[in-house]
Design a binder for this molecule. Structure first.
Ligand SMILES: Nc1ncnc2c1ncn2[C@@H]1O[C@H](COP(=O)(O)OP(=O)(O)OP(=O)(O)O)[C@@H](O)[C@H]1O
Ligand SMILES: O=C(O)C1=C[C@@H](O)[C@@H](O)[C@H](O)C1
Ligand SMILES: [Mg+2]
Length: 196
């Protein structure tokens, strides 16, 4: 079924309609994996609210993420990120784009795994380098060799991200294709986990 007012809003979401989804969806993965941009599109397709935890931290702090890092340090940012996610994970169905490091923090990861369906958006190093080069707002990538930094983070965090409920490749191409892949994987996951 398609909404004639908005052909993008195709009713592809029995997963939401039939009540199988009973909690928030949290997208996790590296900087540049597409959590914010794909997440917004996913929420639209599922007719759910969308929230971005980096933006929520910025609103709470009253300044950009990069300034939080500069003024208060990464540890303070991680505490703020935990607090914001604890508030957002209120049991209501929504799509949450997490910050790239959230799922690599043990306490934050436990919180997300307990209260959300977690989706790892996977992308390889070359893809992440190309995508993050477009915008210089990520404090952890500032410096002479952002590729080396991304490689180190990807290596270190991969075992953490692998603990997500669902793994989806964030292939280059139309965002809608990644949205389709997420909805398919989510549907399969919920069917498996609600089958009696
Ligand atoms: N499947 C895709 N194909 C092509 N470009 C993409 C895809 N997914 C994301 N991008 C692009 O990559 C860039 C980074 O995406 P986005 O900001 O959504 O990443 P993120 O995971 O939210 O990163 P961060 O953790 O830094 O917030 C954007 O320019 C976005 O349009
Ligand atoms: O991967 C990370 O550690 C980060 C990713 C961004 O989303 C922001 O949360 C911040 O720049 C840190
Ligand atoms: Mg983002």
């Amino acid at each position: 079924m398609t909404d004639p007012e908005d052909p993008e809003l195709i009713d592809t979401a029995p997963v939401v309609r039939d009540g199988a989804l009973d909690r928030p969806i949290a997208l996790v993965g590296m900087m540049g994996s597409g959590k914010s941009t794909v997440g917004r599109r996913l929420a639209r397709r599922l007719a759910l609210p969308f929230v971005d935890s980096d933006q929520e931290v910025e609103t709470a702090a009253g300044c950009p993420v990069s300034e939080v890092f500069e003024r208060f340090g990464e540890a303070a940012f991680r505490q703020g990120e935990y607090k914001v996610l604890a508030r957002l994970l209120d049991g209501r169905r929504k799509v949450i784009a997490t910050g790239g490091g959230a799922f690599a923090e043990p306490g934050t990861r436990d919180l997300l795994r307990a209260r959300a369906v977690t989706v790892w958006l996977k992308a390889d190093l070359d893809t992440l380098v190309a995508r993050t080069a477009r915008r210089d707002t990520r404090p952890l990538l500032r410096g002479p060799d952002p590729r080396a930094k991304l490689a180190q983070l990807l290596d270190r965090r991969t075992p953490d991200y692998a603990q997500a409920d669902i793994h989806v490749v964030s292939a280059d191409g139309p965002h809608g294709r990644v949205v389709d892949a997420i909805i398919d994987a989510l549907t399969a996951h919920l069917e498996e986990n609600t089958a009696s």
